[in-house]
Design a protein. Structure first.
Length: 333
């Protein structure tokens, strides 16, 4: 057991991701006396979860209604921002101004201007910002990349299909809901950046065009990822969940991974195999992400890798949203 101090780690937000974050944090050996969850609208359900998670060897789990209440009553060292995407910037700035290290779940913010403002403030106040890109920790995508490299063949094109049913239960049985103003692109393109970055080891991803169906709930983006062209399909009203990445190689062979159900299955040369036989015994990606965040707290400098991930994932999200808005405008004319 790590020695505890009198400081606090906070969870900002009480929706689906607030529940997920609180449960995962409670499973980690934390060097803090308190976990404080900050929410106004979901306090009852968060408190029910907190009561189930309480243990004598764990931090106290307590509730605050807002950031004013949190900052006035607790010595906060770190915070994880998981509230509505439209509130990320304001919440993160308030925490940074109070010299608190933060992890911001995807989408980190919705435009590059806000991302740069946060990074400038964090540098000035000597705190870290960690991007919440848990798909960067998926072992089966890393296995897929190794297999791609091992083929010795250049990727020529790719297709990534990402589908979700509306209103499905995920993770710990929280109902998946979205802000009315958060687009499909806002919600998913950070994941897409993390997947393509992991598989192709490319940070600059450009969108060339897009087409829409289902009133914008189905979007097909034409993308350039380094020197590889491909398309990314986001379907927010799919008949069922879908996560499939197929890569066409220079000799027209294909290699694909279907990770609809993790860890997924890889298909190469018509041979199918488990993408990670050890998946069930590994630390969950969120645990790895949070442990990395904790390892960076107090370092006072954001790593170049994290700065790049923040800027490039936000840039892709902003591009995707603009293309989606243009396509919606064109469809309405």
């Amino acid at each position: 057991m790590a020695s505890k101090n009198n400081k606090t780690i906070a969870v900002i937000g009480g929706g689906r991701w607030g529940h997920v974050t609180l449960k995962e944090l409670a499973s980690i050996d934390l060097p803090y006396e308190n976990i404080v969850f900050v929410t106004r609208h979901n306090s009852a359900s968060m408190q029910d979860l907190a009561n189930k998670l309480k243990a004598s060897d764990k931090p106290n789990i307590v509730h605050c209604y807002n950031l004013d209440d949190l900052l006035a009553n607790y010595n906060v060292a770190a915070a994880i921002v998981v509230n509505n995407a439209e509130q990320h910037f304001v919440s993160a700035m308030r925490l940074i101004e109070n010299n608190i290290d933060i992890l911001i779940e995807k989408p980190i913010v919705l435009n590059i201007e806000d991302a740069n403002t946060l990074l400038t403030a964090a540098t000035r106040n000597k705190v870290v910002i960690i991007p919440g890109l848990n798909y960067s920790y998926l072992s089966f995508l890393q296995t897929f990349r190794k297999l791609l490299i091992g083929s010795g063949k250049r990727p020529k094109s790719f297709a990534l299909e990402w589908g979700d049913q509306a209103g499905v239960f995920k993770y710990f049985s929280e109902m998946q809901t979205f802000s009315k103003n958060t687009t499909l692109a806002d919600d998913e393109m950070s994941h897409i950046w993390a997947i393509l970055n992991t598989v192709f080891d490319v940070v600059d991803i450009e969108i060339n065009s897009c087409s829409i169906q289902k009133s914008g709930k189905y979007v097909d983006y034409m993308i350039t990822c380094g020197n590889i062209s491909g398309n990314v399909i986001l379907d927010g009203a799919a008949p069922q969940r879908k996560r499939v990445l197929e890569i066409i190689l220079e000799d027209s062979e294909s290699i694909s991974i279907d990770f609809t159900h993790e860890p997924g299955e890889i298909n190469y040369k018509n041979e199918f195999f488990n993408a990670d036989p050890d998946w069930g015994t590994r630390k969950r990606p969120l645990i790895q992400e949070y442990e990395y965040f904790l390892s960076q707290c107090g370092k006072r400098v954001i790593s170049e890798k994290d700065i790049t991930a923040i800027l490039k994932s936000v840039a892709l999200t902003e591009q995707a949203t603009k293309w989606l808005q243009l396509s919606l405008q064109a469809a309405s004319n």
